[in-house]
Design a protein around this ligand. Structure first.
Ligand SMILES: *[C@@H]1O[C@H](CO)[C@@H](O)[C@H](O)[C@H]1NC(C)=O
Length: 219
């Protein structure tokens, strides 16, 4: 084989292989997602990385706190991202959820709660996030619901501007002692008057504040 034809053979081969690797780069993480189980692995020293935990935090509760506490111990900087769609109106606006999230994380100094509208992966790549975390109860309970978002995170950055290499998404299981807590349960409790019971889910001293936002209008 002459050298030029060898070159065109190589370029043809890589052209054929490119889609293959592209598909693998999406398929492999979807089939074998990285899940951090509870009890969380002990971290010996802080990883110098900025990470984020995105959710709707509607409202934030101790389950979220345990996750953010773990991330704050393991990484140097953590964003707690309240994601929202600017075209939607919410019974409890994202800004109120941000207020509650700030109270919840006030003793975690390297955790910064923030509102992000629109595509979270875009904000993440603009803000040099190393890992995007999603909180789940367990993979068997919530994994299926996470797959579409995970796919978007892996696929969209290649096509929607500004074009970037996708950021990893990791899934973080809730702490076993808070896994029974869900935002739905918290919202239900806000309709009643059992502040002590509510504080077992949202933290001591936070019951009144959560109820103020979710008591009447919360659905
Ligand atoms: C951590 O990373 C940042 C940016 O990547 C760098 O500027 C800083 O020096 C690093 N700090 C340590 C302690 O390695």
């Amino acid at each position: 084989m002459s050298f030029p034809s060898f070159l065109s053979f190589v370029s043809l081969l890589s052209l054929l292989l490119l889609p293959f690797f592209f598909i693998l780069s999406i398929l492999l993480p979807l089939l074998f997602p990285t899940i951090i189980h509870h009890p969380y692995p002990p971290s010996t020293r802080k990883e110098n990385k900025t990470v984020m935990l995105a959710g709707s935090f509607n409202p934030p509760h101790l389950g979220h706190f345990k996750m953010l506490q773990y991330l704050s111990q393991r990484f140097t900087k953590v964003y707690a991202v309240v994601g929202f769609n600017p075209k939607k109106t919410y019974p409890v606006p994202p800004s109120d959820r941000l207020t509650l999230l700030k109270s919840l994380t006030s003793n975690l100094p390297n955790v910064t709660p923030i509102l992000v509208s629109g595509l979270i992966w875009r904000w993440a790549s603009q803000n040099k996030i190393s890992i995007m975390f999603r909180g789940i109860r367990t993979w068997s309970e919530d994994g299926r619901d996470e797959n579409y978002l995970h796919f978007q995170n892996l696929f969209f950055p290649w096509f929607l501007g500004p074009i970037t290499v996708p950021i990893k998404t990791f899934f973080l299981e809730g702490s076993k002692d808070t896994r029974h807590i869900s935002s739905t349960v918290v919202r239900k409790l806000c309709e009643g008057d059992k502040i002590a019971e509510l504080e077992e889910l949202v933290g001591k001293g936070s019951g009144e504040e959560v109820k103020r936002f979710y008591g009447k209008k919360g659905k």
